[in-house]
Ligand binder design. Structure first.
Ligand SMILES: Nc1ncnc2c1ncn2[C@@H]1O[C@H](COP(=O)(O)OP(=O)(O)OP(=O)(O)O)[C@@H](O)[C@H]1O
Length: 622
């Protein structure tokens, strides 16, 4: 497994040219989803094989029938034999239909199960993979893996895999029967098959690489659609709709070209697979009539030969397509395993490692919200080797209940530093400690119960106000209706989000995709309420009030100070009004905390602080 922090694999690097798994590795990778599915699939395969055998038996009965009726004196038993043969034909026909039905009934539900399990596993893995992974992988690539690729896998398990095996078996048995009927005619038929087999090797390679390319391009296209739907306001406001359409059309045309290329490769192969046997049948008919005329072949055998060839026509025709489907599915499994096999680099430690490992430290007996950063260094995984680290030895200590503002020039790494506390990213060196314990030694869920975050860009989910705000609330509170209501009210009131009561259905109002029906400031207040409702020991706020007018910000700040008196708060501040919330202020410059003090102390002694804050200095004093 690949830890994502050491090798985040963007789809570009997993596209054509990336190491491709063998078929065996792909099937092995599906193992966890196949529990309880194998038996039904095998029964379905057996039913499909019996349907194929029934179809192949029909020409044998026809041979008997034709020879009885046309070539010999039927005799006294003849009529009975003909009736029996007709009955056998009916039974075989009905049997074939029954087995086809059975195959569907047996195989469709387990195939849907595999699709469902794979989709849930993929979603689960996406939840566990760290932010660095999601930074590197476009969402469309993940969407196409969750939808189109797994849909293909279901169709292949329910139909493609079974029919590929059955059709191959029917072709092999059919060929043996053809040889039994007339080796000369069968030889003609087989000679036509040689170029097909030879070509199928080249087809396999050509089709596999173009299939991977088209699936990756479909993922890129999904990313473009997702981004433009998401950014529709920007595109409209900047009048870039036509430009976006041009870009989309170019991308869609590239995918179209790839699909046409793929179809061309398949069509040429199928042309060969269908055309050559048809040609062989034409030659075979002339040869067969000549053999009948010479008395070396019965009319019944000739009829059976062509009836068998007719039964073989469909499998021969579809085996090329099924091979194409098998290769596309292998690519889909490969793409699925690309994601599922990435081991999250940020995870809870095993219980033993947590107790004895290098990150184990003596924790505070009671969680009080002490936060410390010691010698913290950080570089983005995609940073160049000659680029300086973003954080180069940050030391910072927050006492329980203290509120500290973090100020620094834009791009100095304030948001990044904040994200190191709940381990959205991991430090490259140094230690972040919560209550005296290295954050790496915490169970992730426990750490994120102690540390809650509100970002400047608030993301809300398509759910009610209540569900959005109580997203991370403690389970014991959620279980108790009145405690739940109290927490909701307190969080909303602290974040000055009382406006929700004026919404059509109050806190039960669905706020739509990403809460787009709310204003920026309203969304920020709900995101702040969500962080407060976690009832964390440590609150990490990334400029959470930036979209609020000064008056509302003051009201929120005052309530936060009262309500969060016991909560340690680290808040990124751009506006002096947010700085006013803090007991102390830390100044981040050149990757280090260069000074810590009260606003007044820093104004007096810190040139970097004065520089950063100068444009709004007057506002702060006021
Ligand atoms: N996911 C990422 N991958 C690579 N680089 C990133 C990523 N996110 C941020 N950066 C870079 O890290 C640097 C610091 O970004 P960060 O957002 O932490 O700064 P900031 O001090 O919070 O800025 P601002 O005050 O403008 O919000 C920037 O140069 C930014 O381009």
């Amino acid at each position: 497994m690949t830890p994502v922090s050491s090798a985040p694999r963007a789809p570009g690097s997993s596209g054509p040219g990336a190491p491709v798994r063998t078929l065996r590795a792909c099937v092995a990778g599906l193992g966890p989803y196949l529990e309880g599915v194998r038996v039904r699939w095998c029964l379905g395969l057996t039913a499909a094989l019996l349907a194929g055998l029934a179809a192949l038996a029909i020409p044998q009965v026809i041979q008997l029938l034709v020879n009885r009726v046309f070539t010999t004196d039927p005799g006294p038993d003849g009529r009975t034999q003909v009736l029996w043969a007709a009955l056998a034909l009916a039974v075989l026909g009905l049997g074939e239909a029954l087995f086809v039905w059975l195959r569907r009934v047996l195989v469709l539900p387990p195939a849907a199960d595999v699709e469902n399990r794979a989709r849930i596993a993929l979603y689960g893995r996406l939840q566990r993979l760290p932010v660095a992974f999601h930074d590197a992988w476009p969402s469309g690539q993940l969407l196409s893996r969750a939808q189109a690729d797994l849909g293909l896998l279901r169709r292949w398990i329910a139909f493609g895999s079974v029919m590929f095996i059955v059709d191959s078996a029917v072709i092999a048995i059919g060929l043996a029967l053809l040889f039994g009927l007339s080796w000369q005619l069968a030889l003609v038929y087989l000679v036509a098959a040689a170029p097909i087999m030879w070509r199928s090797f080249g087809f396999r390679n050509d089709f596999r690489s173009v299939s991977r390319l088209s699936q990756d391009q479909a993922g890129d296209l999904a990313t473009t659609v997702e981004e433009s739907v998401h950014g529709i306001r920007i595109l409209k406001a900047f009048g870039r709709g036509a430009h976006a359409l041009d870009g989309f059309a170019a991308q869609a045309s590239t995918l179209r070209d790839t699909e046409v290329r793929k179809a061309g490769i398949l069509a040429r192969f199928i042309g060969l697979v269908v055309g050559l046997p048809e040609l062989a049948l034409g030659v075979g008919l002339a040869l067969g009539l000549w053999l009948v005329a010479r008395g070396e072949l019965t009319v019944g055998a000739l009829a059976a030969f062509f009836a068998t060839a007719a039964v073989l026509a469909r499998p021969v025709e579809s085996v090329g397509q099924l091979l194409g489907m098998t290769l596309s599915t292998k690519t889909a499994i490969d793409r699925h395993l690309d994601v599922i096999s990435i081991e999250p680099a940020i995870a809870s430690p095993s219980p033993r490692a947590a107790a004895t490992g290098p990150d184990a430290t003596e924790p505070d007996p009671a969680p009080r919200g002490r936060l410390a950063l010691r010698g913290v260094r950080f570089a983005w995984p995609d940073a160049g080797a000659d680029e300086p680290e973003l954080l180069r030895g940050v030391d910072l200590e927050l006492a329980p209940g203290e509120t500290m503002a973090l100020v620094g020039a834009t791009g100095s790494g304030k948001s990044t530093l904040l994200q190191l506390v709940p381990r959205l990213h991991d430090v490259t060196a140094g230690v972040v400690e919560v209550d005296g314990q290295n954050v790496r030694a915490f169970d992730l869920d426990e750490l994120r119960r102690r540390v809650a975050v509100a970002f400047e860009e608030p993301t809300l989910f398509s759910a009610s106000v209540e569900d959005n705000v109580l997203l991370g609330a403690p389970a014991e509170v959620l279980a108790d209706r009145s405690a739940r209501d109290r927490l909701l009210e307190t969080a909303l009131e602290t974040a000055q989000a009382g406006f929700v009561h004026a919404l059509p259905e109050g806190t039960a109002t669905q706020i739509g995709e990403e809460g787009l029906s709310l204003s920026g400031g309203q969304r920020q207040r709900l995101a702040l309420a969500r962080a407060i409702a976690v009832r964390p020991r440590i609150l990490v706020l990334d400029d959470p009030l930036s979209a609020l007018d000064v008056r509302t910000e003051e009201a929120v700040t005052a309530r936060l100070k009262d309500e969060l008196a016991e909560t340690t708060t680290l808040v990124v501040a751009h506006r002096p009004s947010t700085v006013a919330l803090a007991d102390r202020v830390a100044v981040l410059e050149d990757g280090r905390v260069v000074d810590v003090g009260t606003h007044a102390e820093l104004l007096a002694r810190s040139a970097p602080y004065r520089r950063i804050i100068s444009s709004t200095d007057e506002e702060v004093r006021a």
